[in-house]
Design a protein around this ligand. Sequence first.
Ligand SMILES: [Zn+2]
Ligand SMILES: [Zn+2]
Length: 181
Amino acid sequence: MQINVSQQLKASIGSIRNHGVSGIVNVAGDKSMVQGEVKLMRTDRSILAKSTLHTEVEVTCSRCLSLFGCSLTLNIEEEYFPITDVVSGASLPLPEESGCFTIDEYHVLDLTEAIRQYALLAIPMKLLCREDCAGLCPSCGHNLNQGCCDCSPQETDPRWSVLSKLTLTSDAMVNKRKEME
Ligand SMILES: [Zn+2]
Ligand SMILES: [Zn+2]
C-alpha cells in the first residue's frame, strides 16, 4: 500500500497519476486483501489521494455467532503532506490540524492507515451472516441454520417461558403443569 511519489512531488500543481494498488492490510486484528485504484493529484501543498478500494473482513454474526466474510467498499479521500522538500531535502512544516497523513522522507505515500480507519468505519453495526439467519437455540445453543435441534417444542412454548421466570420449586412446577393440562 506504499507508493513512491517523488516524481509527482516535482510535477506541476494539478498533475494526476493513477495507480492500481493491492496488498494485505491488518484491519481489526485480521489480515485482509485490499485491491483497487488510487488517483493522486498534486496540490500546492500536498498530494490528494482519491481511491475506491475493495476488501473483505471476517466478522462474527450477531445472531448465530458464526464467522463470515463481509465485503466492504472504501471510498477514501485524504490529503498527504510531504515532511521533506523533494528538491532541497529541507524539512517542511505540517499543517495545524493534528493527525494528518504524511509522505515520509523517502517520498513514500502509505495508504495503509487510511485504509484501516475507513474499513473500521465501513463495517456495519448490525452484522448478520444472512438476512434470515435463524440464530441459536436458546436452550442448547445449536445453530438453527444447520437444522432443528432435539429440544422439545414445549420448552419454547411461551406459557412455560413465563413460568420459568418464577422461582418455583420442582413440586410447584409439577402442580402448575398439571393445572394447565
Ligand atoms: Zn448468523
Ligand atoms: Zn435446542
